[in-house]
Design a protein around this ligand. Structure first.
Ligand code: GLN
Length: 453
């Protein structure tokens, strides 16, 4: 813990942490020492981790990296983090993220952009770590913690994991409790861990997962000992290669990586099968209707009365307006506007309802493939390696949204997906592959992920 506290202080230029809690960490680490000495250690005893600032932490500032939450200090702890503390983990601080987890580069944070610890060969251009969980990914990659929590609504764990050369899993919807996690799009949001190895990922997920009566969408199923999946044979497994993921303009290095991943799995005894997920091309547009719709509803609670920031106005409506105008950044406002538009009378059927129907079709595509005997699906995690800070945050938001092309389908279908580091781009940046599994079959993803890693 002391070594990590020092590392965090030395790496402030990355802007990975928005709150450092060294005193709290030292106190917790001492308690862990005592537990270890008395033979009473939990499975994560003394392990220093970072926590995305989307998880409520009791008595410690939680902002979702939005001005509107101000200096909000939750009087409660999220279920996922409380399970990590129960098992002995030590919190080093809260990590940076895109405001309300809306973004793919960690540039929409009210605390400013996170800078990746990676650079292109022979270049000093600062790169994004990906988003929205960019602070967690950068912190794990730069060794500013041993693991970190993230959330993934459309790719926010898998894309930053791929950009920073680490492992990130988005578990099945319902596997981890959403209680105490600031909501973005409730039917898509899931928590999951970032780590440097697949094995560490399995260990952290075991602590984070589990049924929680406080989240009615969390599922009452026993949590397996995921670590047992590491090293398990993948012989005879059928791995689907979906043709729709071979998108136009895909860089040859991504195509090559994908092929390489398939070869590794084949060598380990798995069988590759060509599959089709015909509705893939509609996933991104449908996601960017469903997610903003839910966000506009979830963000209605930030009214200047209940949390953090308040700006006075001429009357109560004026106060709401002034608070929301001062508190929300551009991307969040864009989402609220899109969301309220697609939900409004007259447009609901054309946009929201249609997007929900498309979502069902996407889900069915996966169900058909899995019921035909496919055990998991292999795809690239992202359409490119990390890009430069400022490079894609210009006037056209679609540029940024296109980053999610391989990841949003998984959230739309509620499936588990893992990103594992698989190689380097021509200019020396990490590239990741994604494995998509059957509902609640994270174990298969860990077994296969370890083969690729
Ligand atoms: N980049 C996607 C978005 O901006 C996904 C973000 C996320 O998974 N939280 O909506």
């Amino acid at each position: 813990t002391n070594a990590h506290i020092e590392a965090v202080e030395k790496a402030r230029a990355l802007n990975a942490y928005v709150l450092e809690t060294p005193e709290h960490a030292r106190e917790r680490a001492k308690a862990s020492d005592a537990k270890i000495a008395s033979g009473d250690a939990g499975p994560l005893e003394g392990i220093p981790i970072g926590v995305k600032d989307l998880f409520c932490t009791r008595d410690l500032r939680t902002t979702a990296c939005s001005k509107i939450l101000g200096n909000f200090v939750p009087p409660y702890e999220s279920t996922v983090t409380s399970q990590l503390w129960r098992d002995g983990a030590v919190m080093l601080g809260k990590t940076n993220n895109d405001e309300f987890a809306m973004g793919s580069s960690n540039e929409t944070s009210a605390f400013g952009a996170v800078v990746s610890p990676w650079r292109r060969n022979g270049s000093n251009t600062p790169l994004v770590p990906g988003g929205s969980s960019g602070g967690s990914a950068a912190a794990v990659a730069a060794r500013l913690c041993l693991g970190a929590t993230g959330t993934d609504t459309g790719g926010s764990i898998r894309q930053p994991a791929a950009f920073t050369g680490i492992v990130g899993i988005k578990p099945t919807y319902g596997r981890c409790s959403r209680w105490g996690v600031v909501a973005f799009a409730s039917s898509l949001d899931q928590a999951g861990p970032f780590t440097r190895t697949v094995r560490d990922n399995a260990i952290l997920l075991r602590s984070m997962a589990g049924h929680d009566p406080k989240d009615t969408t969390s599922v009452d199923r026993p949590v397996p000992d995921y670590e047992k999946a590491i090293g398990k044979s993948v012989k005879g497994m059928k791995i689907g290669i979906p043709k729709e993921y071979r998108i136009d303009g895909m860089p040859p290095e991504i195509e090559k990586l994908w092929h390489q991943g398939a070869e590794w799995l084949k060598k380990a005894g798995a069988e590759m099968v060509d599959i089709s997920l015909p509705h893939t091309k509609y996933a991104l547009p449908a996601y960017y209707i469903v997610a903003p719709a839910e966000a506009s509803s979830n963000l209605a609670r930030y009214d200047g009365v209940r949390y953090g920031l308040r700006e006075n106005g001429r009357d109560v409506t004026g106060m709401y307006e002034a608070t929301r105008a001062a508190g929300f950044g551009d991307e969040v406002r864009r989402r609220v506007m899109i969301g309220t538009y697609v939900l409004s009378a007259g447009y609901y059927d054309a946009y929201y309802l249609r997007a929900q129907k498309v979502r069902t079709l996407i889900k069915r595509d996966f169900e058909d493939v899995f019921s035909a005997g496919v055990d998991a699906i292999l795809t690239p995690a992202t359409p490119s390696a990390a890009f430069g800070v400022g490079e894609k945050s210009g006037a056209d938001p679609i540029e940024m949204y296109l980053n999610d092309v391989f990841t949003v389908t998984v959230n739309m279908a509620g499936l588990p997906g893992i990103a594992v580091p698989a190689g380097l781009s021509e200019d020396g940046l990490p590239l990741g592959l994604q494995l998509i599994g059957r509902p609640f079959d994270e174990e298969t993803l860990f077994s296969l992920g370890e083969v690729i890693e």
